[in-house]
Write a protein that binds this ligand. Structure first.
Ligand SMILES: [Zn+2]
Length: 253
């Protein structure tokens, strides 16, 4: 009799301790991430999904100080219009997604809006080709845009933007099923530059690593007469006095 009692005593004791530990963990997680996220975390655990998928489905917030920075930009560039800039972000990101999907830069080769990001994107697409990786983006929906930073250094003004969006994403790398048409909420940080004084550029020149569309050699002159030093092709001069996207980066991987 006393054996059975102590047996049940031990079993209940162990169950009690386990319940206490689980409660502490849930309480800790709840304090860290809040009720709604805890709910989706438990939901994901029930469906044996990963925490990564929960993170994917969480709509992101733009990080920015538009109200503070917009008047500063307008003070320097009276014709600045943030809606136009946001339009370019959406158009450019769509062109980038399409180029990555098709693993081809032919459609953006002579695109003035893409001129400063062309060579980085081309390199990325070459890597995808070499690794035989397919990436797909579908049902892209943009949520919000914000201005994150603004600075003027050495003849060049830079605006950093923050954009939230969602899309269905597939990535064939490592045959990972986790990335097969998964809905992803994400955020991109982009930079736009405007050269207001070419003569003061100095080390800012490296932003302009433009390559000859004919032979691929780096172009060094951006004056009125643009000529490739290697193949002697001539080009239309680039209008530097326009906001041009110089980089883009996904904040969540
Ligand atoms: Zn050339």
């Amino acid at each position: 009799m006393s054996f059975i009692l102590s047996f049940f005593g031990t079993v209940f004791g162990v169950i009690f301790i386990i319940v206490i530990i689980i409660s502490c963990i849930l309480l800790g997680v709840y304090k860290m991430i809040g009720f709604n996220n805890l709910k989706s975390l438990i939901f994901a655990a029930k469906n044996s999904k990963t925490i990564k998928e929960v993170e994917y489905s969480r709509q992101k917030n733009v990080s920015g100080m538009t109200k503070l920075l917009e008047p500063e930009i307008i003070k320097d560039f009276s014709d600045f219009n943030k809606s136009l800039l946001y339009d370019i972000i959406e158009k450019n990101l769509m062109k980038i997604f399409k180029a990555i999907e098709n693993k081809s830069t032919s459609e953006i080769k002579n695109d003035e809006d893409m001129i400063l990001i062309f060579s980085t994107l081309q390199q990325y697409i070459e890597d995808l080709k070499n690794k035989n990786v397919d990436i797909k983006y579908s049902d892209v929906v943009f949520h919000e845009h914000a201005i994150k930073n603004y600075e003027k250094i050495q003849g060049m003004a830079t605006i950093t933007t923050s954009t939230t969006l969602e899309y269905y994403y597939s990535n064939s790398e490592n045959n990972n099923e986790q990335y097969s048409n998964i809905k992803k909420q994400t955020r991109y940080t982009c930079k736009f530059v405007y050269i207001y004084d070419e003569t003061k550029l100095g080390r800012n020149k490296k932003v302009f690593s433009i390559h000859c569309p004919n032979c691929g050699a780096p172009l060094t002159q951006f004056g009125n007469d643009m000529e490739c030093q290697y193949c002697s092709s001539h080009f239309e001069p680039i209008n530097l006095k326009l906001w041009k996207m110089s980089s883009y980066k996904e904040d969540y991987k």
